[in-house]
Design a protein around this ligand. Structure first.
Ligand SMILES: [Zn+2]
Length: 439
């Protein structure tokens, strides 16, 4: 009887927009005696030895909408800490916005809050990215809080949204987001191990940070889903807990779409310390023209190159470009030879002959690292001193570590198992299982 009465009050309250009443539908003993520090702890193990991961899904938002349905659990930090559980008998959309010192969810203020769906209904989030609407359905716990960013010299509060979930569950969304699920199982398994190692490396090295990985290409693409496809589930579950190591340390297992022929040495792209497993190898797929590696080309005026570099903060001294050439890993000009460019050397106009050297991958990022611009650093430059300069090359991505198209080829055409694929692209590495068991 009392329960019905509460539900009635709750529904009536919703009608008046008192969203916060929703979470009053929970018995008092759900309040936890956990400290604020525990709630804010950067990384808590989630399940039986398996680490949890914090994924940044949206940042610096003015506004977001959260849609709740079904049974929901909420942990919130206000002045103290409270947990509440509520059941929504219908879909309820609430506004999320930053306040000076916290966040407003519906009518309630929090320092930060975590919301977790308990039933079959996911949390649904929507926000605007520029003029684009972004919609996301998440069966996982989310954490909402305010961050401050400088905009036009002013410090402004904004909304940040993280997802928090067990690492193995996160990997379902990464394997599905990074490669076609129709690929051979051994290639999916190799991807699962590479993605697990990359994520765990980030978890360990970023435990003092607010989050571990970005949801997009800045880390690895994460596409969460309510329904995990069977091959994805199999690839992740059968390699559960396996990571790739060198000298008993985790490797930051970079990977990319297609290398173009040879993978790049990480030292010349991302790191300073030599890592044998990331020193670059010949790719059996891309090095063979018969396998038709992806060809690309892009042409720019010298002014346009200068403008793009300036915008990326890579051409601060200004001036005009006279000549532009690619250098290989020994610092030698590559001329018209197609290969892995390590540095782009720019000679400035004006008689001084001053040169500017930019790491090739940073040059690629500055020019636009998409399919219309510089798809890869496996390239050649044509017309370095002409009015218009053409870059053409093979492959797609930064070129370090595992070549995804190469992995699919090795599984499909060469009969490689996932351990063979990992040994190919991370030479000398050792796979170890840190938790779980293969199923
Ligand atoms: Zn390749």
């Amino acid at each position: 009887m009392a329960r019905w009465l509460i539900k009635l009050i709750f529904l009536a309250a919703l009608g008046f927009g008192f969203y916060h009443i929703a979470f009053r539908d929970a018995p008092d003993d759900f309040d936890l005696a956990a400290s604020r520090n525990e709630l804010l702890a950067a990384n808590m193990p989630s399940r039986a030895g398996q680490p949890g991961i914090r994924v940044l899904i949206a940042d610096a938002l003015d506004y977001a909408t959260l849609t709740l349905n079904g049974k929901v659990h909420m942990r919130a930090v206000t002045m103290g800490m409270a947990t509440r559980e509520g059941e929504f008998t219908q879909s309820v959309a609430v506004d999320v916005s930053p306040t000076g010192n916290g966040i407003k969810v519906g009518a309630d203020h929090y320092v930060r809050t975590r919301i977790r769906p308990l039933g079959s209904q996911p949390l649904r989030l929507s926000w605007k990215n520029g003029s684009q609407d972004v919609n996301l359905s998440l069966p996982h716990e989310i954490e909402l809080y305010a961050v401050h960013v400088y905009q036009g010299g002013e410090r402004k509060p904004k909304v940040r949204i993280l997802a928090r979930l067990p690492l193995e569950e996160y990997l379902y969304g990464v394997v599905a987001g990074e490669v076609p699920t129709s690929w051979p199982l051994e290639a999916l398994r190799a991807q699962a191990v590479a993605s697990r190692t990359y994520a765990y490396f980030e978890i360990r090295s970023r435990h003092n940070e607010e989050y571990d990985v970005h949801a997009g290409t800045r880390s690895q693409v994460w596409r969460p889903s309510m329904a995990v496809e069977p091959p994805v589930r199999r690839a992740v579950d059968s390699t559960q807990g396996i990571v790739v190591t060198e000298k008993n340390a985790l490797i930051k297992t970079f990977f990319h779409s297609e290398c173009g022929g040879f993978t790049a040495d990480a030292r010349l792209v991302f790191t300073k310390t030599p890592i044998l497993a990331l020193s670059g190898v010949r790719c059996p797929r891309c090095a063979n023209p018969a396998n038709k590696p992806t060809a690309w080309s892009a042409t720019y005026s010298r002014q346009e190159i200068a403008a793009r570099l300036r915008k990326a903060g890579r051409f601060k001294q200004g001036g005009e470009i006279r000549n532009l050439q690619a250098l290989d890993q020994n610092g030698n000009p590559m001329g018209r030879r197609l290969g892995r460019a390590v540095t782009i050397e720019i000679t400035l106009a004006g008689g001084s002959g001053a040169t500017l050297r930019i790491p090739a991958n940073e040059f690629r990022m500055a020019m636009g690292a998409d399919r219309k611009n510089l798809s890869s650093t496996y390239l050649t430059i044509d017309g370095g001193g002409e009015a218009r300069i053409t870059f053409s090359g093979l492959g797609w991505g930064h070129g370090v570590g595992l070549c995804q198209n190469g992995a699919a080829f090795a599984a499909d055409k060469l009969g490689y198992g996932f351990l063979d694929i990992l040994a190919l692209y991370y030479p000398g590495s050792k796979p170890v299982r840190l938790w779980g068991s293969g199923q």
